[in-house]
Design a binder for this molecule. Structure first.
Ligand code: URA
Length: 227
């Protein structure tokens, strides 16, 4: 297993030899098999992000899930584990799901972008926001997941997920908590990204924002017809 030091060294080497950050839309196979889709995504080279990542982090959850949660991209922990939302943001999301009465094992959890984008800072890997070309390159994978899972409701967590679904003009602050419709999915509720709760300046605002997040998830549960 690679250590972070090795990952940083590989990243630096790749980035030195490839200044060009290419991106073109991924071409998932036309299949109704989730496993076949996941297998194909392992080899995705639609954009340059695969070079710095350990592996593709595909979505996870039951095929017939009524709810799909969409985040931004895997973080450091997810990149190593190969599973979405298993790091600090995942922990707070799990706690909020439980408080909202949502069983994570019954929900499909995925990301708008399936490779970890980061830059080295010393031995650490610092998250970088994916740009619009990288998001567009990865979008066909999300579309394919939506076609197979067919959730009754999609929860877009944070601006990247929401803008992947609604376009770049979408503002989570304006539309948060409403059930909206898009070409990608008939019912979508946008809320904040769980990592934003970890960045709150003090305990009081963290508590307040956490409660708002739980209440958005309760609204999502209701909208998915589970309550
Ligand atoms: N943040 C995300 O958006 N997705 C993950 O899987 C982990 C952190």
């Amino acid at each position: 297993m690679n250590t972070n030091r090795t990952r940083v060294a590989i990243h630096n080497r790749n980035m030195r030899t490839d200044a060009e950050e290419f991106a073109r839309p991924a071409q998932p196979p036309d299949t109704t098999s989730w496993s076949a889709l996941r297998e194909a995504a392992k080899d995705c080279e639609a954009c340059h992000l695969y070079k710095g990542a350990t592996q593709t982090v595909f979505g996870e959850g039951p095929k017939g899930a009524t709810m799909m949660l969409v985040g931004e991209q895997p973080g450091d922990y997810e990149d190593v584990a190969g599973k979405p939302f298993v790091g600090p943001a995942g922990k707070i999301m799990d706690q909020a799901l439980e408080e909202a009465g949502i069983d994570r094992t019954k929900v499909y959890v995925t990301n708008a972008v399936k490779h970890f984008k980061w830059e080295p800072r010393g031995k650490r890997r610092i998250h970088q926001k994916p740009n619009s070309r990288e998001i567009a390159a990865c979008r066909p994978w999300l579309e394919a997941e939506l076609r197979i899972v067919k959730p009754k409701l999609v929860v877009a967590m944070g601006a990247t997920a929401a803008q992947t679904i609604f376009g770049p003009a979408f503002r989570v602050t304006r539309e948060r908590g409403k059930v909206l419709s898009s070409k990608l999915a008939p019912r979508v509720l946008a809320t904040v990204h769980p990592s934003s709760l970890l960045r709150q300046p003090d305990e009081a605002s963290r508590e307040r924002e956490y409660k708002r997040f739980v209440s958005d998830l309760r609204a999502a549960l209701y909208a998915a017809g589970e309550e």
